[in-house]
Design a protein around this ligand. Structure first.
Ligand code: NAD
Length: 371
């Protein structure tokens, strides 16, 4: 059996394949520059999978995803597939990956590179060097709770219901991911809920506190109401290290945090499953936060950084290669410091470059950093 690290790349649609090409070049560089070998497989997902295989993701691709150490996902969707019925939508490919691999922990780092601090809507001193991790519970809560639906009432009006529901094990497992992440970072967790008005918030708070006291007393834990957390994120974001929260609040808070950092083209993410008790292996999917950007597809101007930084997360969380992840993140930071900008992050006085020139510059930077 190969000792190499396995990786399934699903470029998807639109700019997905364009940005993934730059990741492949970096993977080749790691092979040459650091003798790190990956066994790479490719698969189809989204619109292209519908066209060529008849479904947004085939069973065979799902099997490959489960067999890989990690999945790197580009983006899916586009106008060509917009009119398809719900079950055939391109986005169903991503939803099936998340569901079938039970990817309950969604990691959304909000990293503000010094060079891009002026692109934030907040003052430079509030965001320069920002490094927060928003950890969102992804498979439970109000987006999945039953009962849900819309019913007709006798008086001709309607009634809509969504149910916010969490169980002790669901909260325990996301809390553990949060504490373990904090142990590798600055050691602080903020747990955000609405225990003042929601029963799920009361349980969330109790369980997070117990998991902390019993298993992670070394981590500094703060409980914060989710609405206050959103205010604090735009007031003094650097007070946070890891924020752990539920599916609904995480949806909002991760987008607030994302905007502190400037552009969609810079934002990576990871979604992790539970570790297998026997092997320790966990399912993992890494993807840029942005979509398939049909408005710029084929122009060679997409920003590859979100995908490159997603690969850096894979190095850190799936392959336990923290040094290589640091190296890649540092190279991205240096390229930005050097004044290279794709169109989405362009600033006065900087050099506007294409996707592939950004990639070329990054490879040179990796060479330099690698000595
Ligand atoms: P989008 O993220 O694709 O694009 C929003 C805007 O940001 C566009 O102007 C786009 O050009 C720009 N942009 C996004 N990524 C960029 C990058 N890397 N470099 C430079 N500019 C970038 O969101 P949208 O326009 O709302 O959706 C387009 C399609 O993508 C839709 O079909 C949508 O369903 C799909 N989508 C997919 C995902 C996913 O695959 N995870 C996520 C969001 C949207």
């Amino acid at each position: 059996m190969s000792a190499n690290k396995s990786l399934l790349i699903l470029p998807g649609d639109g700019i997905g394949p364009e940005v993934m090409d730059e990741v492949r070049r970096v993977i080749d560089w790691f092979d040459r520059g650091r003798a790190v070998k990956f066994d790479i497989e490719d698969g189809l997902v989204g619109g292209i999978a519908i066209d060529e295989e008849g479904a947004p993701i085939s069973d065979a691709t799902m099997d490959k995803a489960k067999a890989s150490d990690a999945v790197l996902f580009g983006a899916v969707g586009g106008p060509k597939w917009d009119g398809l019925p719900f079950e055939m939508k391109a986005e169903r490919g991503l939803l099936r990956l998340r569901k079938d691999m039970d990817l309950f922990a969604n990691l959304r780092p909000a990293l503000c590179f010094e060079a891009l601090a002026d692109a934030s809507s907040l003052k430079r001193e509030l965001v320069a060097g920002l490094d927060i991790m928003i950890l969102r519970e992804l498979t439970g809560g109000v987006y999945f709770g039953e009962p849900r639906g819309v019913e007709d009432l006798p008086d001709g009006t309607k009634r809509a219901v969504d149910t916010q529901v969490y169980t002790t094990p669901e909260i325990e497992r996301i809390a553990r991911v949060g504490f373990e992440m904090a142990q590798k970072r600055r050691g602080i967790v903020h747990s955000a809920e609405k225990s003042n008005v929601m029963h799920t918030g009361v349980l969330w708070r109790e369980v997070v506190q117990r998991v902390h006291d019993e298993e992670y007393p070394d981590v500094e834990l703060h409980h914060i109401l989710a609405d206050n957390c959103s205010m604090q994120l735009v007031r003094t974001p650097k007070q946070f290290d890891v924020i752990v929260t539920d599916n609904l609040f995480g949806d909002m808070l991760s987008d607030v945090a994302a905007m502190l950092t400037g552009s969609l083209g810079m934002l990576p993410s990871a979604s992790l499953g539970a570790p297998d008790p026997a092997t320790g292996k966990r399912y993992a999917l890494y993807e840029p936060v942005h979509g398939s950007a049909p408005d710029i597809t084929g122009q060679g101007i997409a920003n590859p950084c979100a995908s490159l930084l997603s690969f850096a997360m894979a190095l850190r969380y799936s392959y336990d290669m923290g040094d290589e992840a640091d190296l890649l993140e540092k190279a991205v930071s240096n390229v930005l410091e050097g004044g290279m900008r794709t169109a989405d992050i362009m600033q006065d006085g900087k050099a506007r470059v294409s996707t592939s020139v950004m990639g070329d510059t990054l490879l040179r930077e990796l060479d330099k950093l690698n000595g």
